[in-house]
Design a protein. Structure first.
Length: 335
């Protein structure tokens, strides 16, 4: 960069306001464009940003006006943009480590790259980030077990945007959120409100079903005086819960058969007594998809009759109109 460009950049920065800092790793003196992200400056060579001719950066530079030294403001976080730079400018030794030991990198960094690469139409980096995030099968579930509710909300939205490049992400986040509402005490109201805003009927139904089960066991009713107020639900949410609870508590209305004591035998099973004995040890709730999936995951051995019954339960649960009991039927769209 020549001295006139330096003076021009310094003069522009003084007009911006509080003097931003240069990123220690991604401010290259011989870079072509300067980006201002939050209060951090990144100066990057054009080549890396424009390898993909369909990327937003290509269009951005093509349509750019003004002086080349003028910082381009981006509305990303510095951490997100730094993650993208990390993916673009990693040294050969770093790339070797990533390819041989992907678990050494926090999965959150891969998710940051996925997010910002999708935003800027960098499809190769988007696919790369998700591939590495999934190399260690437990990495994302473990992250979802401890991340904040803000992160869960953001990741649901990210999963919808990246449904082609990261097709498993939505189910992973939804499953983890429901489990944490059940086991870790995350807010029912926040989960339901988010589900309402995003039109997530299955997600809302799982939350309402968990509340229904807890009402049946009196887990959530600490005293007659407190009643349902301690649930913290909105009036609409409480009305939906009580309606669904009433319908499911009526044996004539509940579409789900109770857990059978006697396990139906499969025609080709020659050790059905062994399956029946194992079935007595299986704890499963036919109204709880999570319970069924956990039970199936816990099968170790050739208990074919048990697995078939759990598969049947899951199929019946998916077909049952339980969402309508809480949320009402989906409004038909008139022609």
């Amino acid at each position: 960069m020549d001295s006139s460009a330096t003076l021009s950049l310094d003069g522009m920065l003084s007009a911006i306001g509080p003097h931003p800092t240069r990123d220690p790793d991604y401010f290259f003196e011989d870079g072509d464009y300067t980006f201002l992200v939050e209060d951090v400056l990144f100066k990057l060579p054009k080549f890396h940003l424009c390898r993909d001719p369909e990327s937003m950066f290509c269009h951005m530079f093509h349509d750019a006006t003004g002086q080349s030294a003028e910082p381009i403001r981006l509305d990303d976080t510095a951490d997100d943009f730094r993650a993208l730079c990390w993916a673009m400018f990693a040294s050969p030794s770093t790339m070797y480590t990533i390819s041989t030991r992907p678990g050494d990198v926090e999965v959150r960094k891969y998710l940051r790259v996925l997010d910002i690469a999708h935003k800027y139409l960098l499809s190769e980096y988007e696919k790369w980030a998700w591939t590495l995030a999934r190399v260690i099968p437990t990495a994302i579930p473990q992250y979802l077990d401890v991340c904040s509710e803000d992160d869960l909300e953001h990741l649901i939205d990210l999963a919808r945007r990246c449904s082609e490049s990261a097709p498993e992400l939505f189910d992973l986040v939804e499953f983890a959120w429901i489990a944490r509402v059940r086991d870790d005490g995350l807010s029912y109201t926040r989960a339901l409100t988010f589900g309402e805003e995003r039109g997530m009927r299955a997600f809302q139904t799982e939350i309402y079903m968990e509340l229904h089960r807890q009402i049946n066991s009196a887990t959530k009713i600490s005293s007659p005086a407190a009643g349902f107020s301690q649930l913290g639900l909105t009036k609409t949410q409480l009305d939906r819960l009580l309606r669904g609870h009433a319908l499911l508590s009526d044996p004539d209305q509940n579409p789900l058969a109770p857990r059978p004591n006697t396990l139906p035998p499969l025609p080709h099973c020659h050790v059905h007594q062994v399956c029946q004995s194992h079935w007595r040890q299986v704890e499963v709730d036919p109204s709880d998809a999570h319970s069924i999936l956990v039970a199936r995951h816990g099968i170790h051995g050739n208990y074919y009759c048990v697995d078939a019954e759990l598969e049947r339960m899951l199929s019946e649960l998916k077909k049952a109109p339980i969402a309508d009991y809480f949320l009402g039927p989906v409004a038909s769209v008139s022609a």
